[in-house]
Design a protein. Structure first.
Length: 213
């Protein structure tokens, strides 16, 4: 593997609050040559503007925000796919590693890889839910994209090793076991934890009500 300082990375993720994607951004931005971070808020977020951040050797050199979006959940995913591809075409066109956080964002990387250099595609999966959506079409699409992401990506980073066996129950071949790596969420002890009275419970409740619709 090349020296990390000479490599370029792209991270594409869906966002709501903080999470592993932001920690990965924080970790990589000072350690690689170029980092592109693309975030797509969920449809139920207060601020639905997708955003782009580009770092060059630790320095933020470009930041963009798309307009607020309103519409169905499907329209959000279509917008996210088109915007990821457009921003990659405009600002990157070539990278060493493309990290898609969830199967939908990996799909964007795989499509881009058909006609551009996206390097090695990493499928970073925070959760795996057999019944992810109540909508049957969306749930079938979710599992199709998951199978595609596992089979076509270079490596799969799983939050838990249980995801491997659960995927196999849904038809994923055992031949893909070796490429799946357990990457649990760590604990950042550098920051001072928030007291319970300062936690935005409304944001947590909103996420619980809306995720998986």
């Amino acid at each position: 593997m090349k020296n990390l300082k000479s490599l370029s990375f792209v991270i594409v993720t869906h966002v709501y609050a903080t999470g592993p994607s932001f920690k990965l951004e924080e970790y990589l931005k000072d350690k690689v040559d170029t980092l592109v971070f693309i975030g797509h808020p969920f449809s139920f977020a207060e601020d639905t503007r997708s955003f782009l951040r580009i770092y060059k050797r630790g320095a933020l050199i470009e930041e963009k925000k798309f307009k607020s979006w309103k519409g169905t959940e499907i329209s959000f995913y279509i917008k996210d796919l088109c915007l990821t591809m457009w921003w990659y075409l405009k600002y990157r066109r070539k990278t060493d590693y493309f990290i898609g956080v969830n199967n939908f964002n990996v799909f964007a990387g795989l499509v881009l890889g058909l006609f551009l250099n996206v390097g090695r595609v990493i499928f970073y999966t925070i959760d795996y839910v057999p019944n992810r959506f109540t909508n049957p079409f969306l749930n079938s699409l979710y599992h199709f994209l998951d199978r595609l992401a596992v089979s076509r990506s270079h490596k799969v980073w799983n939050l838990s090793k249980i995801m491997v066996s659960e995927r196999e129950k849904s038809g994923i071949s055992r031949e893909f076991r070796d490429k799946q790596i357990e990457v649990p969420i760590g604990t950042d002890i550098r920051g001072k934890p928030l007291s319970f009275d300062k936690i935005d419970k409304g944001k947590i409740d909103n996420w619980r009500r809306n995720v998986g619709k």
